[in-house]
Design a protein around this ligand. Structure first.
Ligand code: C5P
Length: 246
Protein backbone atom coordinates (compact mmCIF):
# COMPACT_ATOMS: atom_id res chain seq x y z
CA UNK A 1 0.00 0.00 0.00
CA UNK A 2 1.30 3.45 -0.87
CA UNK A 3 2.49 5.58 2.00
CA UNK A 4 0.33 8.67 2.59
CA UNK A 5 0.98 11.84 4.60
CA UNK A 6 -0.43 10.43 7.81
CA UNK A 7 1.89 7.41 7.69
CA UNK A 8 4.85 9.72 8.31
CA UNK A 9 3.45 11.04 11.57
CA UNK A 10 4.35 9.56 14.93
CA UNK A 11 2.41 11.07 17.82
CA UNK A 12 4.02 10.60 21.25
CA UNK A 13 1.56 9.70 23.98
CA UNK A 14 3.51 11.76 26.53
CA UNK A 15 0.80 11.77 29.17
CA UNK A 16 0.78 11.04 32.87
CA UNK A 17 -2.71 9.59 32.80
CA UNK A 18 -4.13 6.82 30.71
CA UNK A 19 -7.36 8.81 30.44
CA UNK A 20 -5.62 11.58 28.50
CA UNK A 21 -3.71 9.07 26.39
CA UNK A 22 -7.01 7.42 25.44
CA UNK A 23 -8.55 10.77 24.49
CA UNK A 24 -5.70 11.50 22.11
CA UNK A 25 -5.70 8.02 20.58
CA UNK A 26 -9.40 8.52 19.85
CA UNK A 27 -8.88 12.02 18.46
CA UNK A 28 -5.91 11.16 16.26
CA UNK A 29 -6.55 7.56 15.24
CA UNK A 30 -7.19 8.42 11.60
CA UNK A 31 -4.62 11.22 11.49
CA UNK A 32 -1.34 9.56 12.44
CA UNK A 33 0.47 6.43 11.32
CA UNK A 34 1.97 5.55 14.65
CA UNK A 35 1.60 6.19 18.37
CA UNK A 36 4.72 6.38 20.49
CA UNK A 37 4.52 5.10 24.03
CA UNK A 38 7.31 6.43 26.21
CA UNK A 39 8.68 5.66 29.64
CA UNK A 40 6.23 7.81 31.58
CA UNK A 41 3.09 6.05 30.39
CA UNK A 42 4.68 2.60 30.16
CA UNK A 43 6.04 2.72 33.70
CA UNK A 44 2.70 3.92 35.00
CA UNK A 45 0.48 1.54 33.06
CA UNK A 46 2.69 -1.39 32.09
CA UNK A 47 2.21 -3.50 28.96
CA UNK A 48 -1.58 -3.15 29.16
CA UNK A 49 -1.23 0.31 27.65
CA UNK A 50 0.10 -1.28 24.45
CA UNK A 51 -2.95 -3.54 24.35
CA UNK A 52 -5.20 -0.54 24.92
CA UNK A 53 -3.77 1.38 21.96
CA UNK A 54 -3.95 -1.71 19.75
CA UNK A 55 -7.60 -2.21 20.62
CA UNK A 56 -8.51 1.43 20.02
CA UNK A 57 -6.54 2.08 16.87
CA UNK A 58 -5.17 0.61 13.68
CA UNK A 59 -2.04 2.76 13.94
CA UNK A 60 1.35 1.18 14.51
CA UNK A 61 3.08 1.26 17.86
CA UNK A 62 6.51 2.53 18.73
CA UNK A 63 7.69 1.73 22.24
CA UNK A 64 10.29 4.32 23.19
CA UNK A 65 12.06 2.57 26.06
CA UNK A 66 15.66 3.35 25.02
CA UNK A 67 17.06 0.04 26.27
CA UNK A 68 20.69 -0.12 27.38
CA UNK A 69 21.97 -3.11 29.39
CA UNK A 70 24.16 -6.18 29.04
CA UNK A 71 23.43 -8.03 25.80
CA UNK A 72 21.83 -11.05 27.48
CA UNK A 73 19.36 -8.86 29.37
CA UNK A 74 18.49 -6.85 26.27
CA UNK A 75 17.89 -10.09 24.34
CA UNK A 76 15.46 -11.32 26.98
CA UNK A 77 13.68 -7.97 27.34
CA UNK A 78 13.31 -7.72 23.57
CA UNK A 79 11.69 -11.14 23.50
CA UNK A 80 8.97 -9.87 25.83
CA UNK A 81 8.52 -6.67 23.82
CA UNK A 82 8.15 -8.64 20.57
CA UNK A 83 5.38 -10.66 22.20
CA UNK A 84 3.49 -7.45 22.92
CA UNK A 85 3.09 -6.85 19.21
CA UNK A 86 5.03 -3.60 19.15
CA UNK A 87 6.31 -2.44 15.72
CA UNK A 88 9.37 -0.44 16.78
CA UNK A 89 11.45 -0.07 19.92
CA UNK A 90 14.43 2.15 20.72
CA UNK A 91 17.79 0.82 21.93
CA UNK A 92 20.85 2.96 22.69
CA UNK A 93 23.81 2.59 20.31
CA UNK A 94 26.25 3.69 23.00
CA UNK A 95 26.98 0.23 24.38
CA UNK A 96 28.16 -2.29 21.74
CA UNK A 97 27.33 -3.80 18.39
CA UNK A 98 26.75 -7.08 20.18
CA UNK A 99 24.02 -5.52 22.32
CA UNK A 100 22.30 -4.16 19.21
CA UNK A 101 22.55 -7.56 17.49
CA UNK A 102 20.97 -9.23 20.49
CA UNK A 103 18.21 -6.63 20.48
CA UNK A 104 17.52 -7.40 16.81
CA UNK A 105 17.59 -11.14 17.53
CA UNK A 106 15.18 -10.71 20.46
CA UNK A 107 12.80 -8.79 18.22
CA UNK A 108 12.33 -12.03 16.21
CA UNK A 109 11.50 -10.08 13.07
CA UNK A 110 8.30 -8.93 14.80
CA UNK A 111 9.64 -5.78 16.46
CA UNK A 112 12.12 -3.57 14.64
CA UNK A 113 15.00 -1.96 16.54
CA UNK A 114 15.71 1.74 16.20
CA UNK A 115 19.12 2.85 17.38
CA UNK A 116 19.40 5.99 19.47
CA UNK A 117 22.63 7.57 18.27
CA UNK A 118 23.13 10.61 20.47
CA UNK A 119 20.48 12.22 22.63
CA UNK A 120 19.82 15.76 21.48
CA UNK A 121 20.49 17.17 24.93
CA UNK A 122 24.06 15.84 24.68
CA UNK A 123 25.99 18.81 23.36
CA UNK A 124 29.76 19.00 22.72
CA UNK A 125 30.36 19.67 26.42
CA UNK A 126 28.50 16.50 27.40
CA UNK A 127 30.37 14.48 24.77
CA UNK A 128 33.68 15.77 26.17
CA UNK A 129 32.66 15.03 29.76
CA UNK A 130 31.85 11.45 28.72
CA UNK A 131 35.49 10.96 27.75
CA UNK A 132 35.27 11.07 23.96
CA UNK A 133 38.22 12.10 21.83
CA UNK A 134 38.47 15.55 20.30
CA UNK A 135 37.17 14.44 16.90
CA UNK A 136 33.77 13.72 18.44
CA UNK A 137 33.78 16.69 20.79
CA UNK A 138 34.44 19.02 17.87
CA UNK A 139 31.91 17.29 15.67
CA UNK A 140 29.28 15.22 17.51
CA UNK A 141 27.79 14.37 14.09
CA UNK A 142 30.79 12.08 13.52
CA UNK A 143 29.69 10.18 16.59
CA UNK A 144 26.13 10.04 15.28
CA UNK A 145 27.35 8.55 11.98
CA UNK A 146 29.67 6.06 13.69
CA UNK A 147 26.81 4.85 15.84
CA UNK A 148 24.38 4.80 12.92
CA UNK A 149 26.81 2.51 11.10
CA UNK A 150 26.95 0.26 14.13
CA UNK A 151 23.15 0.10 14.16
CA UNK A 152 23.08 -0.65 10.44
CA UNK A 153 25.73 -3.38 10.71
CA UNK A 154 23.87 -4.94 13.64
CA UNK A 155 20.70 -5.27 11.56
CA UNK A 156 18.67 -2.48 13.14
CA UNK A 157 15.69 -1.18 11.24
CA UNK A 158 16.92 2.40 11.48
CA UNK A 159 17.93 5.20 13.81
CA UNK A 160 16.51 8.22 15.55
CA UNK A 161 18.24 11.33 14.25
CA UNK A 162 17.80 15.06 13.89
CA UNK A 163 16.74 16.62 10.60
CA UNK A 164 20.34 17.73 10.12
CA UNK A 165 21.58 14.15 9.83
CA UNK A 166 18.83 12.59 7.74
CA UNK A 167 20.39 13.15 4.34
CA UNK A 168 23.76 11.70 5.27
CA UNK A 169 22.15 8.72 6.95
CA UNK A 170 19.96 7.93 3.94
CA UNK A 171 22.90 8.41 1.60
CA UNK A 172 25.18 6.14 3.62
CA UNK A 173 22.77 3.35 4.53
CA UNK A 174 20.11 3.38 1.85
CA UNK A 175 16.40 3.88 1.46
CA UNK A 176 15.19 1.05 3.63
CA UNK A 177 17.19 2.07 6.71
CA UNK A 178 14.70 4.23 8.60
CA UNK A 179 15.48 7.79 9.66
CA UNK A 180 13.09 8.78 12.45
CA UNK A 181 13.18 12.48 13.25
CA UNK A 182 11.94 14.24 16.40
CA UNK A 183 12.24 17.98 17.00
CA UNK A 184 9.59 18.77 14.39
CA UNK A 185 7.95 22.19 14.41
CA UNK A 186 5.53 23.25 11.67
CA UNK A 187 6.20 26.81 10.55
CA UNK A 188 2.75 27.80 11.85
CA UNK A 189 3.49 26.76 15.44
CA UNK A 190 5.92 28.57 17.61
CA UNK A 191 6.11 27.24 21.11
CA UNK A 192 7.22 29.62 23.81
CA UNK A 193 10.46 28.57 25.53
CA UNK A 194 10.73 25.54 23.29
CA UNK A 195 13.23 22.97 24.61
CA UNK A 196 13.80 21.53 21.13
CA UNK A 197 16.71 23.54 19.80
CA UNK A 198 17.48 22.06 16.38
CA UNK A 199 14.04 21.97 14.87
CA UNK A 200 12.87 21.04 11.37
CA UNK A 201 9.49 21.57 9.72
CA UNK A 202 7.48 18.48 8.67
CA UNK A 203 7.82 19.40 4.98
CA UNK A 204 11.58 19.90 5.24
CA UNK A 205 12.07 16.67 7.19
CA UNK A 206 10.29 14.47 4.64
CA UNK A 207 11.97 16.28 1.76
CA UNK A 208 15.33 15.50 3.35
CA UNK A 209 14.32 11.85 3.54
CA UNK A 210 12.82 11.28 7.01
CA UNK A 211 10.67 8.18 7.02
CA UNK A 212 8.88 9.06 10.24
CA UNK A 213 8.55 12.36 12.07
CA UNK A 214 7.84 12.51 15.80
CA UNK A 215 5.59 15.46 16.44
CA UNK A 216 4.09 16.00 19.86
CA UNK A 217 3.35 19.39 21.35
CA UNK A 218 2.43 21.23 18.13
CA UNK A 219 -0.47 18.78 17.79
CA UNK A 220 -1.14 18.11 21.44
CA UNK A 221 -1.32 21.78 22.47
CA UNK A 222 -3.37 22.92 19.48
CA UNK A 223 -6.93 24.08 20.12
CA UNK A 224 -8.04 21.36 17.71
CA UNK A 225 -5.43 18.55 17.70
CA UNK A 226 -7.11 16.61 14.88
CA UNK A 227 -7.17 19.72 12.68
CA UNK A 228 -3.51 20.40 13.52
CA UNK A 229 -2.59 16.85 12.53
CA UNK A 230 -4.53 17.29 9.30
CA UNK A 231 -2.54 20.46 8.61
CA UNK A 232 0.69 18.51 9.11
CA UNK A 233 -0.56 15.81 6.70
CA UNK A 234 -1.25 18.51 4.09
CA UNK A 235 2.19 20.01 4.62
CA UNK A 236 3.86 16.60 4.18
CA UNK A 237 1.86 15.79 1.05
CA UNK A 238 2.56 19.20 -0.46
CA UNK A 239 6.29 18.76 0.19
CA UNK A 240 6.34 15.28 -1.36
CA UNK A 241 4.19 16.13 -4.37
CA UNK A 242 4.96 19.76 -5.19
CA UNK A 243 3.43 19.44 -8.66
CA UNK A 244 -0.02 18.83 -7.10
CA UNK A 245 0.05 22.39 -5.79
CA UNK A 246 0.50 24.13 -9.10
O1 C5P B 1 7.21 17.44 19.47
P1 C5P B 1 7.67 17.29 20.89
O2 C5P B 1 8.92 18.07 21.21
O3 C5P B 1 6.57 17.51 21.90
O4 C5P B 1 8.07 15.74 20.99
C1 C5P B 1 8.65 15.26 22.13
C2 C5P B 1 8.85 13.79 21.94
O5 C5P B 1 9.98 13.53 21.09
C3 C5P B 1 9.12 13.09 23.26
O6 C5P B 1 8.35 11.91 23.30
C4 C5P B 1 10.59 12.81 23.23
O7 C5P B 1 10.90 11.63 23.93
C5 C5P B 1 10.87 12.65 21.75
N1 C5P B 1 12.27 12.86 21.40
C6 C5P B 1 12.88 14.09 21.40
N2 C5P B 1 14.18 14.25 21.03
C7 C5P B 1 14.89 13.20 20.68
C8 C5P B 1 14.31 11.93 20.68
C9 C5P B 1 13.00 11.80 21.04
O8 C5P B 1 12.26 15.07 21.75
N3 C5P B 1 16.13 13.37 20.31
Amino acid sequence: MQKTGKDYIVFPLDFASVKEAKEYVKLLDAKVGMFKIGLELFIDQGPSVVQMVKEMSGAKIFLDLKLHDISATVLRAMGRIANLGVDLVTVHCSSSKNMLEKAVQGGQGKTGVLGVTLLTDNDAEAVKASGFKDEFVGNPQHLVMLRAKMAYDAGCKGVVCSGQEVQEIKKSFGKSFLAVTPGIRPAWTLLENDDQKRVTTPGKAVTLGSDLIVIGRPIRNADDPAAAAQKVIKEIEAALNPSDNI
